[in-house]
Ligand binder design. Sequence first.
Ligand SMILES: C[S@@+](CC[C@H](N)C(=O)[O-])C[C@H]1O[C@@H](n2cnc3c(N)ncnc32)[C@H](O)[C@@H]1O
Length: 273
Amino acid sequence: MTLSSADFEYIAKLVKDEAGITLDKGKEYLVQSRVEPVAKSLGFENITSLVSHLQREADRSRRRRVVESLTTHETSFFRDIEPFEALRTKVLPELLDLRASAKELSIWCGAASSGQEPYSLCMLLRESFPELADWRLKFHATDVSGHILEKARTASFNQIEVNRGLPIKLLAKYFEKKGQDWVLKPQVAQMVRFSEFNLLAPFSVLAPADLVMLRNVLIYFDIETKKQILRKVYDLLKPGGYLFLGTAETTLGLCDEFERITFEKTSCYKKRG
Ligand SMILES: C[S@@+](CC[C@H](N)C(=O)[O-])C[C@H]1O[C@@H](n2cnc3c(N)ncnc32)[C@H](O)[C@@H]1O
C-alpha cells in the first residue's frame, strides 16, 4: 500500500515538531519503509491505522517510536579522521593550557548516536593526553533517541562496526572480545555519561562546555532550527571553547559570532574570548 499524502504530511509534521527533523516532499519512500514496520510491530494493519490512532490519542510512547524510526544513526569510529587530528594536535593542547589551573575539562557530544564518536574521543584523550588522569573530566553524551543510547551504553560493537575507522592498535588495546562482539573496556567506557536530550529543548540542564561535538545532525534541520540550536551552543560554550560540526555543516550565515578556525583539511568554530 502506498503512503497517502495526508499520512505523509501528518508524520512529517510530527517529526518536525518533536525532533526538528525536516522531511521534504520526495521522502515518502523513506517514511513508508521506516514507519510501516513500526505500525505492524505495534499491531496496526498499516500506516493509516497508526496515524488515525495518533490523531485520536495522546500516545506519547507510540509517537516516539515513529519519530525514532525516522532518525538516522549513521556513525563510525574516528569519522572523517581530520577533526580528530585537529583535536589532537591543536584544539585539545590549547584547551588543556587554558584550563591547566582548574584542571577541569568539560565536553558535550550532542548527537552521540551509538557511541562511536564519544568513545573515539575518549581513546584519543587516553592515548595523547595522559596528564588528564588527575583532572576532573566531565564528558556528557546525549541523543534524542533513547533506543540508540541503550546501544551506546553497552559499549559493544560488532565486527563491521569496529572495522569502520577503528585502528587495529586501539582495538587490541581498549576492547575485549565477547562472543562475536568487541566490548570497550570499562575504564574507557565509564569516562562518558549518556543521557537523552533533545536539541530543541532549552540548554539550561547542560553544563557549560569547553568542547562541543555536534556533528552530522544540523543537516536534518531547517535554517531557523539550525540558528536556534547554534545560538544555544554558543551560549553554552565557555569563552575560548570549541565547536565541531559535520563536514557538510557550518555556522556561517547562521551564527556569525563564532570564529571559524581552519586547519589543513578541516575546520571548526571557536567562541572568542
Ligand atoms: C547521523 S547521526 C550522527 C552521529 C555522530 N554525531 C556522527 O557524526 O557520527 C545523527 C544523530 O542525531 C540524533 N538526532 C536527531 N535529531 C535530534 C534532536 N532533535 N536532538 C538530539 N539528537 C538528535 C539522531 O538520533 C542520530 O543519532
